[in-house]
Design a protein around this ligand. Structure first.
Ligand code: SF4
Length: 434
């Protein structure tokens, strides 16, 4: 998973907006970050291992410009810089190319060499075959199977594109004399950008001098927005394809309260991503919401650590139970999803029992996860998913709680406000439409 930010201004230096735009996408990837700018005298690029703020402190000198692109990543260093017949360009990409091996073999046969096995190299080399960037993106879109959102910085212009199924989010914002395009609108709010609209699935946009223009729309009958963005991935301050993440999470919590009521003293969350669901559950059930766990601010986001061992360690460090709220009380705990169930079993439930909780009822904001994501969000394998071999009752027994219930796909459809056939549900159905 990655975050992408692009900005162009008709008059001002964009380096502050670019830096902060990338910073506000930090939750989408913490391993690498990078910025690239253009100011009329060539394209500059700087990438780091680490977080945006700690990596780029005192390191923005010489990066001034009127347009730029930025990236946060869990996987690889971006932007990537290439020289081509259209001239130099830098590119940031998010997604997953399912037919990457086949495309790499084809490109090698045509004489291309590769220095990595990352999807961005394939995408960049396909785009570079075009007569211009728009035809290059069209050519790439025709060849790849999978999901992508990308931005390209060339000399004097930015291009942005979203795959024709709309898997990865991408949104356009504007403020006086400047236009920005980002993975998530949470990066607009404090920078003063207002949302214009989402980039449409299949749309190719050109940006220059603080204005944007649609250059092409690649049509598909199949729209597949990533449902997991609303359930877990995105920041609660974001609005994705017309639906607020915060409101969607509250709606899911309310659906859970209606479908699976529980007689408990308080409703709490596995923070942070369970909070919206828990507030929705509490409001609907009229049971008070309270702090059952607090997330220690100096721990990082466990899901986006690259290895399972690192994820487990971070998960254990980050959540502290609040004894004053749980001793002698029965609780509903809302969580975004259950992957293996080991964190719930070995950490959360142990902590609650040690602190004298009376009963634990878990409510999960999506159906049982049954399959890997092929579209660039999660790297989990089928065999590590609890629901792959266990029924709901067996999972309840395994994690050691008094009650367990999952939201349904119909709950997600209702909560997100989009027809189910436009929502990717492969995580839960094990059916891949692309
Ligand atoms: S499989 Fe799941 S995580 Fe992947 S795109 Fe679909 S809904 Fe999102």
């Amino acid at each position: 998973m990655c975050g992408i930010f692009a900005v162009s201004s008709a008059k001002d230096n964009i380096i502050d907006d670019l830096f902060l735009g990338a910073f506000y996408l930090q939750h989408r990837g913490q391993k690498y970050c990078g910025l690239s700018t253009w100011a009329g005298d060539g394209i500059k690029i700087r990438t780091h291992r680490g977080l945006v703020r700690s990596s780029f402190t005192d390191d923005l000198t010489g990066m001034d410009g009127q347009m730029g692109i930025g990236h946060t990543s869990l996987k690889d260093r971006q932007p990537l810089k290439l020289d081509s017949k259209m001239g130099e360009f830098t590119i940031c990409f998010e997604g997953n190319i399912i037919n990457a091996a086949e495309l790499t073999t084809d490109l090698k046969k045509k004489g291309h060499s590769f220095y990595s096995d990352s999807d961005i190299e394939i995408v960049a080399k396909l785009i570079a075959q075009g007569d211009d960037f728009v035809s290059g993106i069209e050519y790439m879109a025709d060849k790849v199977r999978g999901s992508y959102a990308l931005v390209i910085l060339s000399k004097g212009k930015i291009y942005a594109a979203r795959d024709k199924h709309g898997f990865r989010p991408m949104i356009i914002g504007k403020k006086d004399g400047a236009v920005a395009i980002t993975s998530e609108s949470c990066s607009f709010v404090n920078l003063g950008y207002s949302i214009v609209r989402d980039v449409k699935p299949g749309e190719i946009i050109e940006v220059k001098e603080g204005e944007f223009e649609t250059k092409k729309e690649i049509h598909s009958d199949l729209i597949q927005y990533c449902t997991f963005e609303w359930v877990y991935t995105a920041n609660v301050a974001s609005t994705i394809d017309g639906q607020s993440v915060d409101i969607a999470r509250r709606n899911i919590g309310a659906c859970l309260a209606k479908r699976y009521p529980a007689k408990v003293d308080i409703v709490g969350a596995v923070p942070n991503s369970g909070i919206g669901h828990a507030i929705g559950y509490a409001q609907e059930s009229k049971i008070p919401y309270d702090n059952v766990f607090i997330k220690y601010d100096y721990a990082s986001r466990s899901y986006t650590q690259p290895t399972q061992a690192e994820r487990d360690r971070e998960a254990k460090l980050k959540l502290i139970p609040v004894p004053a709220k749980i001793t002698g009380r029965s609780v509903v705990i809302c969580d975004d999803s259950i992957v293996r169930g080991t964190q719930m079993r070995n950490d959360l439930v142990v902590k609650l029992r040690k602190n004298g909780v009376k009963e634990i009822h878990v409510r999960v904001a999506c159906p049982p996860l049954k399959a890997p994501c092929l579209y660039g969000v999660a790297t989990r394998s089928k065999s590590e998913l609890a629901a792959n071999e266990k029924s709901v009752e067996q999972i309840r027994e395994y994690i050691g709680v008094d009650g367990l219930a999952f939201a349904t796909l119909e709950d997600l459809e209702k909560s997100i406000g989009k027809p189910l056939n436009q929502l990717c549900c492969s995580c839960w159905t094990d059916v891949y439409k692309v």
